[in-house]
Design a protein around this ligand. Structure first.
Ligand code: PXL
Length: 273
């Protein structure tokens, strides 16, 4: 039996921990066949790890996307870093035309360690072109604040208000990765338009978290492609990333990725599900 096929429309991270590299490693671990449409190339300055982002020509993004989506066909697609309004619009138009069964939108607005929001002007374009297509959208708290047009979250009530607003913008399922606002706990919110579930766990005590968000949305994409429900896909993605964080490791003084093989290696029973 051949594996399910999936596509990531995202940026390349030369350090190998985030972006398409994280997505492909996650796809491999979750036993789906991964393909890419690269939207930008990211390099870092060796001395201070500032990020340098070069967008890929829109014509070439379109050609990659059509080769995979039209020329091959996929069960699910995710988007990651989309560096310009023009590229977000293009991704939205390509996704709408391709009618891929499952669409996961990871509204990447910051890289951990990069400090500043990457492309603040892009929020409106994500709302206009991407959220209406999303089966699942996976903002962190900062991204959820921007998408919902809200001030910094202070409480779980704020998170629920934001999830409802983002759902009203067209995303069928909303997961807010809320780890940032609670010290020792991770509390993610899953909202499907009817019910809200608070997904609680202990926070993994590590600074090496690079690629956690990309891998989370990639795992959801893989599970949806294999026929899991959005809630089941999110539960697996939480476990995949939690285990990856428990075994994360430094690459240098600035950056350390999650270990993508961790779940299969250290918890094979869960990995098999
Ligand atoms: O983690 C966000 C992210 C997404 N995509 C690419 C990145 C980063 C952060 O470094 O480089 C390509």
């Amino acid at each position: 039996m051949s594996p399910k096929k999936v596509l990531t429309v995202a940026g390349s991270d030369c350090s190998g921990g985030a972006g398409i590299q994280a997505d492909l490693k996650t796809f491999q671990e979750r036993d789906v066949y991964g393909m890419v449409a690269v939207t930008c190339l990211v390099a870092m300055v060796p001395e201070n790890w500032h990020h340098i982002v070069t967008p890929v020509d829109t014509d070439m993004i379109e050609k990659q996307f059509k080769a995979v989506a039209n020329g091959i066909g996929v069960e699910a697609v995710k988007t990651g870093m989309l560096p310009t309004v023009e590229i977000i619009k293009l991704a939205g138009e390509l996704l709408a035309a391709a009618k891929i069964p499952k669409v996961v939108i990871d509204p990447v607005m910051v890289c951990k360690g990069a400090g500043q929001p990457l492309f603040p002007e892009n929020t409106k374009a994500m709302i206009d072109y991407l959220l209406p297509l999303a089966d699942v959208v996976t903002p962190n708290t900062f991204e959820a604040e921007q998408l919902a047009g809200m001030d910094e979250f202070k409480s779980e009530d704020d998170l629920l208000t934001a999830a409802k607003k983002i759902h009203a913008l067209g995303a069928k399922n909303v997961v807010i990765k809320a780890a940032r606002i609670f010290d020792n706990k991770t509390v993610d919110l899953f909202y499907d338009g009817k019910d809200a579930s608070w997904l609680r766990g202990d926070k993994v005590n590590t600074t090496w978290t690079h690629g956690a968000g990309c891998s989370f949305s990639a795992c959801i994409t893989a599970e949806l492609a294999k026929g899991k429900s959005a809630a089941e896909a999110v539960a697996m993605a939480r476990e995949f990333v939690r285990c990856g964080l428990e075994h994360s490791f430094p690459l240098n003084q600035f950056v350390g990725p999650i270990y993508h093989k961790a779940l299969a290696k250290f918890n094979p029973v869960v990995a098999e599900k």
